[in-house]
Design a protein around this ligand. Structure first.
Ligand code: GTP
Ligand code: NA
Ligand code: MG
Length: 295
C-alpha cells in the first residue's frame, strides 16, 4: 500500500468488563446522546457495533464501538475483541469493583498491546466507590493519570448519562497519543463479522466491521462459510448505506447463510468465486469437525 492511499480512520473501541457492570447500557447511552436530527428517532435496536460522533477541540471525530459479553463463558469473544480493536474501554461498576472478568478483560487488552481507558460506571449509586476502583486497578498496573500513571479513568453513569462526553474525549485523546490510525480506503474490503442472525423477512443479516478498504452494495463477499452479493447495507439507525469504509460497522443483507461471530469477510471478484471459496471453507470446517469426532 502506498502511503498516499492511506486515509485517517476512526478508532475501533471494544467495550469490556465484568457481567452486568453496564457495558451495553453505556453503549446505548452513548448512542442515544449522539442521535441527531434526521437519524431515525433514536430507536435503540441492540446491535453489537456502531459509530458515534463527538467534537474535540472543534473537530468532528468519530469512534467505532464494539460491545462484548461479560459472562465468563465468552472468554474467546473477549480475546478476539481485544485483538481486533485499537482501544479497550474497561467498564467497572463502582459499587461492585474489580471482579474476575474485569481482570480477564484487562489481561486480554494488555496481551494484545491495546491501550485501556477505564470507565468507572454506576457512580449514581449511593454505594459507589470510584476511589476504591482506582486503588484496585492500580494493583493490576492500570495507574490513573491523577496518581501519576498513564491510564485515563472517567467516572460515568450510563443510567444518568453522566460524563459521557468526557469518556469520548478520553478515548480520542488516548487514540491521538498512542495510535496511527490510517487505512487504505481504495482497496477491496475485508473485515470481521461482529454478530449475525437469521431475520424472518430479510434472511441472514450480518453486522460486519470493515477493517480495510471500502465495502459497496453489489460487492461479492465471502463471510466464513457464507457468501453472496451485498444486497443492502444499513447503519446503526437503519439508514441505508451505499458504501462502508475503514472502521465502519454495517449490517449486511444478501448472504447465503449466517456466518459466525469473529469470522473474517473478504470481497472477491464475483459471486461464482465467492461461492467456490465458501464451499471450500465449509468442506474444510466439516473435515475438521469429523477429525475431532474421531479423536
Ligand atoms: P453483560 O453484557 O451481561 O456482561 O452485562 P453489561 O455489562 O452489558 O450490563 P448491562 O448494560 O446489561 O447492565 C446491567 C444492569 O446494570 C442493568 O440492570 C442496567 O440497567 C444497570 N446499569 C447499567 N449502568 C448503570 C448505571 O450507570 N447506573 C445504574 N444504577 N445502573 C446501571
Ligand atoms: Na447484563
Ligand atoms: Mg451487555
Amino acid at each position: 500500500t502506498d502511503e498516499a492511499d492511506l486515509v485517517a480512520r476512526p478508532p475501533v473501541v471494544t467495550v469490556m468488563g465484568h457481567v452486568d457492570h453496564g457495558k451495553t447500557k453505556l453503549l446505548d447511552a452513548l448512542r442515544s446522546a449522539n442521535v441527531v436530527a434526521g437519524e431515525a428517532g433514536g430507536i435503540t435496536q441492540h446491535i453489537g457495533a456502531y459509530q458515534v460522533h463527538t467534537e474535540v477541540d472543534g473537530d468532528d471525530r468519530r469512534i467505532t464501538f464494539i460491545d462484548t459479553p461479560g459472562h465468563e463463558a465468552f472468554t474467546a469473544m473477549r480475546a478476539r475483541g481485544s485483538q481486533s480493536s485499537d482501544i479497550a474501554v474497561l467498564v467497572v461498576a463502582a459499587d461492585d469493583g474489580v471482579m474476575p472478568q474485569t481482570v480477564e478483560a484487562l489481561n486480554h487488552a494488555k496481551a494484545a498491546g491495546v491501550p485501556i481507558v477505564v470507565a468507572v460506571n454506576k457512580i449514581d449509586k449511593p454505594e459507589a466507590d470510584p476511589t476504591k476502583v482506582r486503588g484496585q486497578l492500580t494493583e493490576y498496573g492500570l495507574v490513573p493519570e491523577e496518581y501519576g500513571g498513564d491510564t485515563m479513568f472517567v467516572d460515568v453513569s450510563a443510567k444518568s448519562e453522566l460524563n459521557l462526553d468526557k469518556l469520548l474525549e478520553a478515548i480520542v485523546l488516548t487514540a491521538d497519543a498512542s495510535l496511527d490510525l490510517r487505512a487504505d480506503a481504495g482497496r477491496e474490503a475485508q473485515g470481521l463479522v461482529i454478530e449475525a442472525h437469521l431475520d424472518r423477512g430479510r434472511g441472514p443479516v450480518a453486522t460486519v466491521l470493515v477493517q480495510r478498504g471500502t465495502l459497496h452494495v453489489g460487492d461479492s463477499i465471502v463471510a466464513g462459510p457464507a457468501h453472496g452479493r451485498v444486497r443492502a447495507m444499513l447503519d446503526e439507525y437503519g439508514n441505508e448505506l451505499s458504501e462502508a469504509g475503514p472502521s465502519r460497522p454495517a449490517m449486511v443483507l444478501g448472504l447465503s447463510a449466517v456466518p459466525g461471530a469473529g469470522q473474517n469477510f473478504i470481497v472477491v471478484e464475483d459471486d461464482r468465486m465467492a461461492r467456490q471459496i465458501a464451499e471450500k471453507r465449509e468442506a474444510r470446517e466439516r473435515a475438521a469437525m469429523q477429525a475431532k469426532r474421531r479423536v
